[in-house]
Design a protein around this ligand. Structure first.
Ligand code: SF4
Length: 118
């Protein structure tokens, strides 16, 4: 079995091949050790941080930038988007305030202070 992934840890974007023969795993193409960990995780349980926007009731800032405060399973990204599409933020928000709590153990938080007038 052989799989090739592109490492997204740094801009080098190494193409890393993970090959398993007779129970022995060989990893090649990485320029540093972080690529080994990334490739192993990417093949067994790929995860991603996620950034997007959610609607607000503000006329001056109709969309609030948000991000996950950790990584979630890559397979759950569309489910997260569906949940965030149902959210409308009301009132003032500080950077780091939770917009969505406990989605696969992480929260979605505001990236900015939203102190503009409504
Ligand atoms: S393997 Fe190392 S050098 Fe290559 S993209 Fe990943 S982090 Fe960067």
């Amino acid at each position: 079995m052989s799989e090739t992934v592109t490492c997204i840890i740094c801009p080098n974007s190494c193409r890393i091949t993970v090959e398993e023969k007779n129970g022995v795993k060989t990893i090649a193409g990485n320029q540093c050790k972080r690529g080994i960990v990334f490739a192993q995780n990417e093949i067994t349980n790929p995860t991603r941080s996620f950034t997007t926007t959610v609607r607000t009731t503000s006329k001056t800032l109709p969309y609030l930038p948000v991000k996950t405060n950790g990584e979630i399973p890559k397979s759950e990204l569309f489910n997260l988007v569906a949940k965030l599409n149902k959210i409308t933020v009301k009132g003032k928000v500080k950077c780091g305030d939770v917009v969505l709590q406990d989605f696969f153990g992480v929260s979605v938080v505001s990236c900015i202070d939203m102190t503009l007038e409504y």
